[in-house]
Design a protein around this ligand. Structure first.
Ligand code: FAD
Length: 432
């Protein structure tokens, strides 16, 4: 008789809420990970860096659990079928996992919960990925916040030590199910190959955090944590990171609050998870959706150096600096009048730190259709942004080395014309 703990976006042993609760309960616990074909089959790049990252995290977790005479059970396939197989192979008494808030994951949990329910096996889920979720932070009227600043104040007021303390999992590790090694499917068996990419470390120095506020807006300075991919896959604990932020940088803590903010938006306004604008009127905008323009943006050939630098950084590394994400997104939506969902999908395909809630939040912010959005008539001037945030052109030189050669294109649209066109088209939709 055992309990299974199902890892998803929490690929660590330490400070893992659901695993802690599983170990404290009645049955010996065997941790599990499923390489989910419903997700993997959709990836177009068979050398997707994120799959390599995931694979390495699974290998590490397996080593950790082997050192405790247990193991990480790893399966590859469609979760519903895998669960039916597991039910035949093991005498499962309970299943534990951590909340995953994306639309597909919710559907998957419902399906698995129904399968387990047929066998009267309880399915317990816990908050682990964020500090506050769903309806934990509400306004005085009992409604979810849709503006960041009051949300962040309420978040800070509620965030006592209790919410950021670690789960002392080590105390219960002898409750892991003891087993001989179980096999790990290879990347090749899953039709992927490893990417040689070197991923950022799962930690950040206090000294870097102390400088964060000053340097974070300058893309050439590499002053941000690069922890996005670790937060996405849970190879770092959000509680640990918030504790560190509270000691070293409240500005950095603010960014982590943005992360919770967008997660609760997704949970409380499920229409954003269904491809809709947060503000419905914005779905009336008549996008131009010119495919050639979109291609030039994707490839970083717009003739606006900061936009092109950002797209090159994204295409080559899977990362783009936040300031430049804002500029490239705004350019696509407002200068080219291309539906923000096209850009959202492109970022989803490329970003190592891709996270539905944050990406959707960022895109809807840029489009003006989201929560807390800048008013639609504020349109970034990509040239002025470059002068302000990359005044010596270092970032641009790094990512657009062809800038001063004949092969560099002229701006694909005139800023003034694009600005006026955008204002007109937006106004037409919003004045209806
Ligand atoms: P740091 O500046 O070191 O911040 C630390 C962490 O705080 C980040 O890793 C992230 O988890 C969180 N964070 C920071 N800013 C935000 C924010 N505005 N919203 C939510 N969380 C935030 N962030 C993602 O994690 N995944 C995405 O898919 C994503 N897509 C974006 C798309 C657009 C159009 C825009 C404008 C922003 C997007 N962001 C996204 C937010 C932000 O750009 C990244 O979190 C940040 O650049 C990641 O780099 P870092 O880890 O060095 O961040």
């Amino acid at each position: 008789k055992i309990a299974l703990f199902w890892h998803r976006r929490d690929l660590r042993f330490e400070d893992n809420a659901g695993l802690y609760h599983a170990l404290k309960a009645k049955h010996p616990v065997l941790p599990l990970f499923i390489f989910d074909r419903n997700i993997l089959d959709k990836l177009t790049d068979r050398q997707d860096k994120r799959v390599t990252f995931l694979y390495q995290a699974i290998e590490r977790l397996k080593v950790t659990l082997r050192s405790k005479e247990s193991d990480l059970l790893v399966r590859y396939g469609y979760p519903d079928r895998i669960w039916l197989q597991l039910l035949e192979e093991y005498d499962i008494q309970a299943v534990y996992t951590n909340h995953d808030y994306e639309a597909y994951s919710l559907e998957r949990d419902e399906q698995v919960s129904a399968i387990l329910g047929q066998f009267r096996i309880p399915f317990y889920t816990f908050k682990d990925h964020v500090i506050f979720e769903k309806r934990e932070i509400l306004s005085g009227q009992g409604t979810p916040y849709t503006v960041f600043t009051p949300y962040s104040k309420a978040w800070r007021a509620k965030c006592t030590e209790f919410y950021v303390q670690s789960y002392p999992i080590e105390r219960y590790e002898d409750r892991l199910f003891k087993t001989s090694p179980t096999p790990l499917p290879t990347l090749t068996q899953m039709d992927f190959t490893a990417s040689p990419y070197t991923f950022p470390n799962p930690d950040i120095a206090n000294t870097t955090l102390q400088e964060y506020e000053e340097v974070r807006n300058y893309p050439a300075m590499d002053g941000t944590s690069l922890l996005g991919i670790h937060l996405r896959f849970g190879t770092i604990s959000i509680r640990k990171l918030v504790r560190q932020a509270q000691e070293s940088s409240l500005t950095f803590e603010n960014e982590l609050i943005w992360r919770d903010f967008y997660q609760q938006i997704l949970a409380n306004f499920p229409h954003v998870g269904e491809g809709k604008a947060f503000r419905p009127a914005y779905d009336l905008i008549q996008w131009r959706n010119n495919e050639d323009d979109f291609k030039r943006w994707c490839e970083g050939r717009t003739g606006y150096p900061l936009v092109d630098a950002g797209m090159h950084q994204l295409n080559e590394t899977g990362f783009m600096h936040n300031r430049v994400r804002m500029v490239t997104a705004s350019f696509l939506v407002k200068h080219l009048l291309i539906d923000w969902r096209w850009g959202e999908a492109y970022f989803a395909e490329k970003l190592l730190d891709y996270d539905f809630a944050a990406n959707n939040g960022g895109w809807q912010w840029a489009a003006g259709s989201g929560t807390d959005a800048a008013p639609y008539f504020r349109i970034f001037n990509p040239t002025a942004q470059a002068q302000k945030f990359d005044s010596r052109g270092e970032y641009i030189k790094k990512w657009v080395p062809e800038l001063n050669s004949l092969s560099y294109p002229a701006p694909m649209v005139d800023h003034k014309m694009a600005r006026e066109r955008c204002l007109r088209i937006y106004k037409e939709a919003l004045d209806r």
